[in-house]
Design a protein around this ligand. Structure first.
Ligand SMILES: O=P(O)(O)OC[C@H]1O[C@](O)(CO)[C@@H](O)[C@@H]1O
Length: 445
């Protein structure tokens, strides 16, 4: 059985320098397991995949089946960690033209509450008017403004289009066990609910109901996803030798590159389906490491698309970047470049080759060009794009993130900085209780 693999041979970090991180990385890994490091009240995700019971899977699958039976469209309401994990996996596994398929087995998944665009909101509500739909609302705090606004509007539409009684069959809430406005509302309205454990932060919550319910509704195998994560937990656990532990190697190399002045890490994919995996990864690393005036800036590109827009910058711009390439060894389907007798486009040299072979040569050619251009490279390879390997990759990046944040010396499990914009927004909107802040911010305008 193949597993996710990491290749650091083109990172420019010498083997003995990587080895120099061994003690620190493994101590940090133990701190994650023993809960002795910073942010130790948010480490539930470390053991979580192995702890999901059959009854919990069955509850998620039964709820997903009930929603699938009722709705052609399911709106997943959430933002940040209450949005990106589900979307990363669903987009990673769905047909690229999913919403255009006519003979459907699965509902179309739509998203709301991840922005406050009025036109987006209007267009979504207008589209749903005459459609059969259901809503999964997700918020750990239960008080985040963006999803709260979207949910208020969607709840009103469900109640108007169906009824308050039917709303109980078409709305599921995923939130804290006790706290927050969403918990109060869901209890009062009698919605089916799932709990986000207290000790799992939003960006580490994709393998809780936050990700698992939408993924199951979209028709994907959540048991395989979690199995991938459990197996990756085994491959990265304390006790695994440092040079055999892909997460420890990744954490070490990216910290060394950062020390050498590489301020930006670009996550690269060559499969458009992985676009939202990159978005999920950006939040995971950005919120975990960007604090105390420290942290690598996590960026992302979709290649080869962005080679024709960002390729120039990456090749010859400021030399403060490195790339982590997520590569998928084998595609799930086969397309061969056909022969053309006239060969007017001059492409017959590719005739008979698989499209993926061309993609892989683009990948290899880019790797060599970027390394030649002083952009260090880390390669993360998964054998195939499926539930199991996405599960491996999720856990790989999560556990590496914990280790990496500890190497950097920050608390990877808090996000105090995101409150600044919220405070200002509430002050500007004159939310009750923000009178002093309103006065102060108005003086600055
Ligand atoms: O699930 P919630 O509480 O709505 O939070 C959504 C997102 O907002 C943040 O709290 C930032 O404000 C993220 O950490 C989180 O993933």
């Amino acid at each position: 059985m193949e597993n996710l693999k990491i290749n650091i041979s083109k990172s420019g970090v010498a083997a003995d320098v990587v080895k120099g991180y061994e003690k620190q990385a493994l101590e940090n890994l133990s701190a994650l397991y023993n809960k002795t490091g910073k942010g130790n009240d948010f480490l539930g995700w470390v053991e979580l995949p192995a702890q999901i019971t059959d009854a919990q899977f069955a509850d998620l699958e039964a709820t997903a089946a009930a929603i699938r039976a009722k709705a052609d469209y399911v709106v997943v309401v959430g933002i940040g960690g209450s949005y990106l994990g589900a979307r990363a996996v669903i987009d990673g596994l769905n047909n690229s033209f999913d919403w255009l398929q006519t003979s459907r087995k699965n509902p179309v998944i739509l998203y709301a509450g991840q922005n406050i665009g009025e036109d987006y909101t209007h267009e979504l509500l207008e589209f749903l008017q005459d459609k059969s739909f259901a809503v999964v609302v997700i918020s750990k705090s239960g008080t985040t403004t963006e999803p709260a606004i979207a949910f208020r509007l969607l709840k009103e539409l469900v109640e108007k289009k169906y009824s308050k009684t039917e709303a109980k069959e078409r709305i599921v809430a995923i939130t804290d066990a006790k706290k927050g406005a969403l918990r109060t509302l869901a209890t009062q309205e009698g919605y089916k609910t799932f709990v986000i454990p207290d000790d799992v932060g939003g960006r580490f919550s994709v393998l809780t109901p936050v990700g698992l319910l939408p993924i199951a509704i979209a028709g994907h195998n959540i048991r395989q996803l979690v199995k991938g994560a459990v197996d990756m937990k085994g491959l990265t656990a304390p006790g695994v030798a440092f040079d055999q532990n892909p997460a420890a190697q990744y954490a070490a190399v990216r910290n060394e590159l950062h020390k050498k002045g590489k301020a930006i890490e670009i996550l690269v994919n060559y499969q458009p389906k992985l676009h939202f995996f990159t978005e999920w990864w950006k939040q995971l690393y950005g919120e975990s490491e960007g604090k105390d005036n420290k942290g690598i800036f996590p960026a992302g590109v979709d290649f080869s698309t962005d080679l024709h827009s960002m390729g120039q910058w990456i090749q010859e711009g400021v030399r403060n970047i490195f790339e982590t390439v997520v590569t998928v060894k084998s595609p799930n389907t086969k397309v061969v470049v056909p022969n053309d007798a006239a060969d007017l486009d001059g492409l017959n040299f590719l005739a008979g080759k698989r499209v993926d072979e061309v993609n892989k040569m683009a990948e290899l050619g880019t790797l060599v060009a970027h390394v030649d251009g002083n952009v260090p490279n880390i390669m993360v390879e998964i054998p195939q794009l499926n539930e199991y390997y996405l599960g491996q990759m999720i856990y790989f990046f999560e556990i590496a993130c914990g280790m990496s944040g500890y190497i950097l010396g920050v608390n990877p499990f808090d996000q105090p900085g995101v409150e600044a914009y919220k405070k200002n927004m509430f002050a500007l909107l004159e939310k009750p209780g923000y009178e002093a802040e309103t006065k102060a911010i108005k003086a600055k305008l």
